[in-house]
Design a protein around this ligand. Structure first.
Ligand code: NDP
Ligand code: 2IT
Length: 446
């Protein structure tokens, strides 16, 4: 069967068997188009049906969460854990609390996570989980009770050698603390079953910063390869959470000029570039302020622009760091028309198919999230190994390991992504991860 007909057959099989899951189908399409040519020249891959098997999750756990809010009302939410692939290590990936969470979103995230984790070179399988609970506007006590109720069910499905969750959108240090506290009491074991923990109880230096810092270390590799540098480059960042703010901090430290941040209500613009102090202030106050970007404009100057995304701002570099499909084909054209030369994803799948196509046609370096945001899960992997040894490494040592891992991912992308003078980072990442996973699948048998 040709690549094209195999592609059409697989996608229509998925759409028939798993209907109404557009994000999952989108993520599968994006990877499968690149890996089929490799699959076709390996008889053992075909013999083991590796592509179809890699596309479907090994297990999905779905449960109901009953918990009591501050008005003594009992609320009901849905919880999930998608254990996509355990071929190369314990299932590993974050938890997301957001009203948009559903099986399609979690299946796409767990699928992508599997390839991302393979790129890190560490022994981690792929998973994702979360709930359709919206934590916005909830009290601290409500967040704690919700996390405890969530873990009441999840604890029986996870463990340091089974499945190791971490944070994602709206699941940060505070939520991880409550989740871990509940796990420890339910299991009566102190062990590394969750990453992103506080330093006081088994957390790792650099984990908080790792996704954003790693994104900028990847940007440095890309700039070096294109004989370019960060100094004075205009950088547009979307999002104002963990990934966006730590990316902004590292980019600014390396003399890039970060001119925007954003959230679901609009964006912040500062023509002079944000200072380290401003970013540190935003990190310290993002939980207490209703809209930390409005407050940033009030306290430090710059503009708050409601109900708009930052993609029309003139820039050299774009780093989408908020959420999936936040940058579409029209946004990509606007960025390209305004001189944007590099796009690196901090979020998971923030660029739509059309946007990715526009960057490929323009032949600018476009690095997909599974490569450029892998620093977070890589540090999670290093937290797991520190927990297993009951030891902790220093900040500097782990920061160096993060740089080394991002450089190794960059090298894998370049090696597998050569495309007549242009580096197709997306194809490079997909193929490099696929080779590791397919080899493991064949070796482990059916
Ligand atoms: P946070 O919860 O810390 O921040 C999320 C940010 O994105 C907020 O500014 C939020 O705005 C914005 N946002 C969320 N949903 C939307 C939406 N629908 N439209 C517009 N803006 C939105 O999450 P993280 O920074 O941890 O995660 C950001 C992205 O990075 C996600 O795609 C995540 O999967 C990915 N990622 C995270 C890693 C990590 O280690 N944390 C690792 C690798 C990838 P608002 O507050 O208004 O909702
Ligand atoms: O998307 C991601 O890589 C994460 N949210 C981090 C996962 C992890 O296990 O650290």
């Amino acid at each position: 069967m040709s690549n094209e007909s195999q592609y059409d057959t697989l996608i229509s099989w998925l759409e028939t068997n798993y209907p109404n899951e557009p994000e999952y189908h989108q993520a599968v399409r994006e990877i499968v188009k690149d890996i089929l040519p490799v699959y076709h020249v390996h008889d053992e891959y075909k013999q083991h049906n590796v592509v179809t098997r890699l596309c479907v999750p090994e297990r999905i756990i779905q449960f109901s969460i009953f918990w009591q809010n501050d008005n003594n009302e009992v609320e009901v939410h849905q919880g999930w854990r998608v254990q996509h692939c355990g071929l190369i290590g314990p299932y590993k990936g974050g938890l997301r609390f957001h009203p948009t969470v559903n099986t399609s979103i979690l299946k796409f995230l767990a699928f992508e996570q599997t390839f991302k984790n393979a790129l890190t070179g560490l022994p981690m399988g792929g998973a994702k989980g979360g709930s359709n609970f919206n934590p916005k506007g909830r009290s601290d006590a409500e967040i704690m009770r919700f996390c405890q109720a969530f873990m009441m069910e999840l604890h029986r499905h996870i463990g340091p050698n089974t499945d190791v969750p971490a944070g994602d959108i709206n699941v940060g240090n505070r939520e991880i603390g409550y989740l871990y506290g509940a796990y420890r009491r339910l299991e009566n074991r102190f062990e590394g079953a969750i990453t992103g923990k506080h330093l006081e109880f088994g957390g790792s230096h650099v984990r908080t910063e790792a996704t954003g810092f790693g994104l900028i270390y990847m940007l440095q590799c890309v700039l070096d390869t294109h004989e370019d540098s960060m100094a004075a480059k205009r950088i547009v960042i979307s999002g104002a959470g963990n990934v966006a703010l730590h990316a902004a901090l590292k980019a600014t430290e390396l003399e890039g000029k970060v001119i925007t941040l954003s959230n679901s209500r609009g964006y912040y613009f500062n023509e002079n570039g944000l200072s380290q102090d401003m970013i540190q202030w935003a990190i310290a106050n993002k939980k207490s302020e209703d809209n930390v970007l409005c407050a940033l404009a009030d306290n430090y100057g710059g503009e708050w622009i409601s109900d708009k995304t930052p993609w029309n701002v003139k820039t050299d570099i774009a780093l989408p760091c908020a959420t999936q499909n936040e940058l579409d084909g029209e946004d990509a054209k606007a960025l390209l028309n305004n001189g944007c030369q590099y796009v690196l994803e901090g979020a998971n799948m923030p660029c739509t198919d059309d946007a990715q196509r526009a960057f490929a046609e323009a032949q600018i370096p476009y690095v997909p999230g599974k490569a450029s945001n892998a620093g977070g899960v890589a540090l999670s992997g290093l937290e797991m190994s520190q927990n297993a040894k009951f030891r902790r490494s220093s900040f500097d040592k782990l920061d160096q390991s993060l740089k080394d891992i991002m450089q190794s991912i960059h090298e894998q992308c370049v090696e597998e992504g050569q495309d007549s003078g242009w580096i197709n980072y997306s194809r490079g990442a997909n193929i490099a991860a696929f080779r590791r996973l397919a080899t493991a699948m064949v070796a482990q048998g059916v």
